[in-house]
Design a protein around this ligand. Structure first.
Ligand SMILES: NC(=O)NCCC[C@H](N)C(=O)O
Length: 258
């Protein structure tokens, strides 16, 4: 039976100092952020995910965005080399966590940079965004790590948002969803559904037809429900102020051998 484990990482006390690149900085309410994070984790648990906390990285303001530090394919964990230098210290704790879980561990090396938020897996196709955080060497290293295991890596440009998954994610049936003004090349995806809100483009597949999404995208939730999906809504407003979205707060591990 597939594993339903998910890595999460408690927000740093320095969360409010997290990076912002494409939006204006807004004051983050730390206590509210912790409450929202706890509710997010509880929602994963309520849908059958065993959440495992990576040791906190209190000196790293963006460490709660754990998705950026590791990319999983089959039993292999590719530890990233984040494009933002201030985030590089986040990977050590994640490396330890995935090794403890029995993953085979691989690394992105200099000069490569890769953020997990730039990687969208749909079955054995791995889309990787080449943008502000992931460079060509990072794309090449991702290809070298996963193509021998059966993946097909497809590189796509990202210029309007932080990460590929800030622009697009995929529904359980593989349809890619995105908000057109923020998506560079929708025609690269075989099935593409435009959604009416930027944050409506972000879903985490919880299993069955359930899709976790942000409360800031009510029109998209309605659209997806109308198409027969089951939106599960969480408020992550404090993380959205730091360009975070529902995907970046966890890493789901579906093919563990341990
Ligand atoms: N995968 C993601 O969407 N990560 C969000 C990272 C936000 C963080 N403030 C950053 O700029 O790195």
């Amino acid at each position: 039976m597939p594993s339903k484990k998910a890595l999460v990482r408690r927000p740093s006390p320095r969360l409010a100092e997290g990076l912002v690149t494409h939006i204006e900085r807004e004051k983050v309410d730390h206590d509210l952020a912790v409450e929202q994070w706890e509710a997010y984790v509880e929602t994963l648990r309520a849908h059958g995910w065993e959440t495992m906390e990576v040791d906190p990285a209190d000196d790293c303001p963006d460490s709660v965005f754990v998705e950026d530090t590791v990319v999983m394919y089959k039993n292999v964990a590719l530890i990233t080399r984040p494009g933002a230098e201030s985030r590089r210290a986040e990977t050590a704790g994640v490396e330890e966590a995935v090794a403890r879980l029995g993953c085979s561990v691989n690394w992105v090396w200099e000069p490569g940079t890769l953020d997990g938020g730039d990687v969208l897996k749909i079955d054995d196709t791995i889309y990787v965004g080449r943008g502000g955080r992931t460079n060509a060497a990072g794309v090449q290293q991702l290809r070298a790590a996963f193509e021998p295991l059966g993946a097909r890596v497809v590189a796509v440009p990202v210029s309007k948002v932080l990460h590929l998954k800030s622009a697009v994610t995929a529904l359980p049936d593989g349809t890619v969803i995105g908000h057109i003004p923020k998506t560079d090349a929708p025609s690269l995806f075989p099935r593409f559904l435009p959604v009416p809100e930027e944050s409506g483009a972000h879903v985490v597949l919880l299993g069955g037809g359930k899709v976790l999404m942000a409360a800031s995208a009510p029109k998209t939730a309605e659209l997806l429900a109308d198409l027969g999906h089951e939106p599960v809504v969480v408020d992550i407003g404090e993380f959205e102020k730091l360009e975070g979205c529902v995907t970046c707060l966890s890493v789901r591990l579906r093919e563990l051998y341990a």
